[in-house]
Design a protein around this ligand. Structure first.
Ligand code: UN1
Length: 512
């Protein structure tokens, strides 16, 4: 039972054995229940956090409102400077934060570090954007008139994030929200509260060094009641929610009721189509990483392989062989490929899904099981497994956040695309082919119906430069790159008359 330097990283990140889970500009308080964070890697208690109660929430809102009035006056490129400095600090803390992500959430150290890299990258992206935020100008139909549009900040942005990307998802939202002139309130997952506190400690340093108002970045650790309060609070202009479709449906409906804005990043059920023209070496690596990486707990994890009948047996045999080589164990040990699931509830869901799959007729070519014994004391380690199924099985239509890969056969590409699309979710998708016609059909309006469609790479591991999100029950939201910043601003159309007469639009005459 090695320590892997985790105690030192916790101390570098300012995590105590007992923490207050509400932060506003370096001022920590909280008066709610106690939450304990256990590591799924070794089952040990990492630290305790006092959560927010309703009164704490109200205080945070007041701080945020006050900070907003000041922050929106600061020119966007100066707000970019705050984000630039935050990116520099993240580089300093990358090793410690990556390690904490790995220890508290259970993903491999490489992936933990990769997540912090995504944070650094979105900061760089946002800094550049802070000198842009363009609107269009257009020609007025009236003489002596000018028309243009501009973007203003929205106000308070609420970010509710999930355990599986405990730090990066916050940064995609917050880096953009800040350069746009908003202030943010973050409710990290209750399963990874320490990652939240660590990030907040880092941004607190930057705010302090720049003498910027408390309340530009606040964080509250709390349960779903605090989440509900935020979702239903008119003070919060936009809610960015990452989580299950089930909860997202409630969040989306409640925010819409009060005419707030929302960005929803919900479940995925991502497939790779492996055609008869695919490079099979690449296909196997893409499929295996997509299915077992992060122990199958990414929204973009590969859940289904739709394989051409001519290469089906070969792909199946190679997958079975590859799965035989996967090392499961402590994710801080770089020799391991797969770490634990987040907690025992997740293990139960994994087991239930396997049972359901078998009942529906699924045939397991790699059996799943919960690992026991030395190094698996936390009870959260499971074996990645593979089942031959029909796409129509209820369990296959459903997202299970675990390393269960479903494989199925197809004859024609049209049939494969129909299968790929025939699930309620629409996040990520991929085709493996060396045939340009197949690739283009897959990317066309007759192809994948997902927010992300890739050729010759897997379904997970999207870069921050593109818009990230999906269609259908994935919720329709987009985060991070491209022109996603527009979600965090309100658009205003301005028409200016610089003449001494008042012609009406549409040629309407109105003489007094
Ligand atoms: C998520 O699983 O919520 O594309 C986000 C990827 C990562 C982000 C996943 N860049 O796999």
């Amino acid at each position: 039972n090695q320590d892997f330097g985790i105690e030192k990283s916790l101390s570098n990140l300012g995590i105590a054995k007992e923490n207050k889970g509400v932060s506003s500009g370096g001022n920590y308080f909280a008066n709610g229940d106690l939450l304990e964070s256990y590591s799924p890697t070794d089952g040990k208690l990492i630290a305790k956090v006092i959560t927010a109660n309703s009164n704490d929430y109200d205080q945070v809102i007041e701080k945020a409102k006050k900070a907003y009035l000041e922050f929106r006056q600061i020119p966007a490129p100066k707000r970019g400077e705050l984000v630039r400095q935050f990116g520099l600090k993240l580089r300093e803390y990358k090793d410690d934060l990556g390690k904490l992500v790995s220890y508290e959430m259970g993903k491999s150290l490489q992936e933990g570090l990769g997540e912090v890299q995504e944070m650094i990258d979105i900061c760089d992206f946002a800094v550049g954007l802070s000198r842009q935020l363009h609107g269009y100008t257009m020609h007025s139909e009236r003489p002596g008139h000018r028309m243009y549009e501009q973007y203003h900040p929205l106000g308070i942005i609420g970010i509710i994030s999930a355990f599986n990307f405990p730090v990066a998802v916050w940064s995609w939202n917050t880096a953009l929200a800040w350069i746009c002139g908003n202030v943010t309130i973050w409710k990290p997952s209750e399963k990874t509260p320490l990652c939240g506190i660590a990030c907040q400690n880092i941004i607190n340093e930057v705010l302090k060094e720049n003498n910027l108002p408390e309340g530009i970045s606040t964080m509250i650790v709390g349960d779903h009641q605090i989440g509900d309060k935020m979702v239903n609070d008119k003070n919060v202009a936009l809610i960015s929610f990452t989580g299950s479709t089930k909860v997202g449906r409630i969040v989306g409906t409640n925010v819409a009721q009060r005419f707030g804005k929302s960005i929803l990043e919900l479940g995925g059920n991502n497939a790779i189509i492996i055609t008869e023209n695919a490079d099979l070496d690449m296909s196997i690596i893409g499929a295996v990483f997509g299915a077992v990486g992060t122990a199958g707990q990414r929204c973009t994890s590969t859940r289904r392989l739709i394989i051409h009948e001519n290469v089906y047996d070969e792909v199946k045999n190679r997958l079975v062989k590859a799965y035989g080589q996967i090392k499961i164990g402590n994710p801080l040990d770089e020799n391991n490929h797969v770490g634990p699931l987040i907690d025992k509830d997740a293990v139960k869901q994994y087991q239930d899904s396997i049972e359901k799959c078998k009942k529906e007729g699924g045939k397991f070519v790699v059996e799943g099981s919960v690992l026991e014994g030395e190094n698996y004391e936390s009870g959260c380690y499971v074996k990645p497994c593979i089942a031959e199924v029909q796409n129509s099985y209820e369990i296959v239509q459903h997202e299970t956040f675990a390393p269960i890969l479903y494989i199925m056969k197809y004859k024609t590409l049209e049939e494969a695309i129909a299968m790929q699309n025939d699930v309620p979710q629409g996040l990520s998708s991929a085709i493996m082919t060396t045939d340009m016609r197949q690739a283009e059909l897959f990317l066309s309006q007759n192809g994948s119906d997902c927010g992300i469609a890739n050729v010759n790479i897997g379904t997970s591991g999207a870069e921050i430069g593109g818009a990230f999100g999906g269609e259908k029950e994935t919720g329709g939201g987009r985060e991070s790159g491209s022109d996603v910043w527009k979600y965090y601003m309100r658009r205003q159309t301005n028409t200016i008359n610089y003449t001494d007469s008042l012609p009406l639009a549409q040629g309407i005459k109105f003489d007094l």
